[in-house]
Write a protein that binds this ligand. Structure first.
Ligand code: GAP
Length: 449
């Protein structure tokens, strides 16, 4: 068994098995953008559903929102993004390569020499990461609009709407999943950092003074979320922001980091954003955003915000890296000696059950199709009748299908089928009329070995 996975292995599997493709590949590709294939979109949707259930259904005081990507440009002035959402950049005058100034050796910055070709570097410039576009028919700058670089602001500007329409009481939260866009200069490491990506963010509004308690609560909740996902917990760690990393409005911030093939990197942030955002939106919009606490003598205040901010596309990469294994399975010296297997928690697997007739002939294919139709009602299924059965199992292992149902000659006789477990490769015989139940029970009791 090999515990280490390289990014090349993940990229290759993703393309080969329809998880992730390069955007606009037939035109040479578009840097910083990725397309999610048939298996990728299933996996992404399942992670999003898991997060959504965890954050809304399982919390009485959190509701959802889906705000527009295009927002009033003043939003980004109020949030500080127009002024502060920048990377320090330098360009090489000779080879034209662009670097983030904080990611090249200090010596090169001091001597202004390019780390690639030794050419002369420009002075450090601030480069804003927001994508600008134009709304309306005139392109004279009056229709300037930004693609949102985070989903959070859509929540802040709807704070009063949600508060009033749903009669919420502080403390309460608003959750949102959606696209965000950043003009990232360094987009290596596959989908880890891209220009177009998805976030899963929750802003929890609390009474000032109770923020530290809620901050601890949400740190614990978010840590347990990954345990519940079935991620290997020794691959996760906390990183607390030091004074130089802390955003100017943040009181405290922690990242949850995962050990990707390129090392421990940020997966999600838990931030105490104080009442900075609501204060600024109140100031810039001229609208009163204060909460009136009717249970406490109509006390008025601007709530503090505890934010949990995770990347959906980054979580998808984590789930793939965490599941991937090239496993030695037999010593027969034939091609089946090794298999590539994705040990997905079954709730995330793009296909839950594959139905495989041992042979196409003698009515086995028809029987298998019939059984598949029954299973379709409860599970995402696949059907495969081509090639040797061993190869078909390997194909399913590679996309992480947790269960394979095989229909053989005995099935015709006694109405039983074999149910194969992806991880152990054990097979048991199950009566056809108990199949759905057996799969559901296996899913419920799933534990990664
Ligand atoms: N609202 C706070 C916020 O946006 P962030 O740390 O900039 O905070 C939160 O982003 C999460 O979004 C990150 O932890 C990461 O998972 C994801 N993310 C940020 N930039 C990304 C990018 N360029 N590509 C993919 N995911 C990204």
């Amino acid at each position: 068994m090999s515990d280490t996975v390289t990014m090349d292995q993940i990229v290759s599997l993703c393309k080969r098995r329809g998880f992730v493709f390069q955007s606009s590949e037939i035109y040479g590709g578009q840097a910083g953008a990725w397309d999610y294939g048939p298996n990728g979109i299933e996996l992404k949707n399942r992670i999003a559903q898991f997060w959504w259930k965890e954050m809304t259904q399982l919390h009485d005081n959190i509701v959802g929102l889906d705000a527009a990507i295009l927002m009033h440009p003043r939003v980004w002035e109020a949030s500080g993004h127009v002024e502060n959402f920048t990377d320090p950049l330098v360009d090489c005058k000779k080879c034209k390569t662009r670097f983030r100034a904080d990611q090249i050796p200090e010596e090169n910055l001091k001597t202004k020499t390019c780390p690639e070709c030794g050419g002369e570097l420009t002075d450090v410039r601030k480069f804003n990461l927001m994508f600008k576009t134009n709304i309306g028919p005139v392109e004279d700058g009056s229709g300037l609009i930004y693609l949102r670089p985070e989903t959070a602001q859509g929540i802040y500007v709807n704070f009063k709407n949600v508060l009033q329409s749903n009669r919420m009481k502080v403390p309460f939260g608003i959750a949102q999943i959606g696209k965000a866009f950043r003009n990232e200069i360094v987009t290596k490491n596959f989908i880890f950092r891209s220009c177009e990506f998805e976030q899963m963010e929750m802003q929890f509004f609390v009474k000032p003074g109770t923020d530290e308690e809620w901050f601890d609560y949400w740190r614990e909740q978010r840590w347990n979320y990954y345990r519940k996902m079935g991620i290997r917990m020794d691959k996760l760690r906390w990183h607390r922001h030091g004074p130089e990393e802390l955003a100017f409005y943040a009181k405290d911030a922690y990242d949850i980091e995962y050990e990707f093939p390129m090392g421990f990197k940020e997966l999600e942030g838990v931030h105490n954003r104080t009442n900075y955002d609501l204060t600024r939106h109140q100031q810039f919009s001229g609208k009163d955003l204060q909460y009136i606490d009717q249970d406490n003598g109509n006390e008025r205040y601007l709530p503090y915000v505890i934010e949990t901010s995770a990347g959906l596309t980054r979580e998808l990469l984590m789930v793939l890296c965490d599941a991937y294994e090239e496993q030695k399975v037999a010593d027969k010296g034939n091609e089946d000696d090794y298999r590539t297997v994705l040990h997905f928690n079954p709730i995330f697997a793009p296909v839950t059950v594959a139905v495989l007739p041992l042979m196409k002939k003698d009515g086995l294919a028809e029987l298998a199709q019939d059984i598949r139709s029954e299973l379709k009602e409860d599970f995402v299924t696949d059907y495969d009748q081509s090639g040797a059965i061993g190869r078909r199992y390997r194909r399913q292992d590679e996309i992480g299908t947790p269960y394979c149902v095989t229909i053989d000659y005995q099935s015709k006789e006694d109405h039983t089928v074999t149910l194969r477990d992806r991880d152990s490769m054990d097979q048991i015989r199950v009566p056809r009329d108990k199949l759905s139940l057996a799969i559901r029970e296996k899913m419920k009791s799933y534990k990664r070995v």
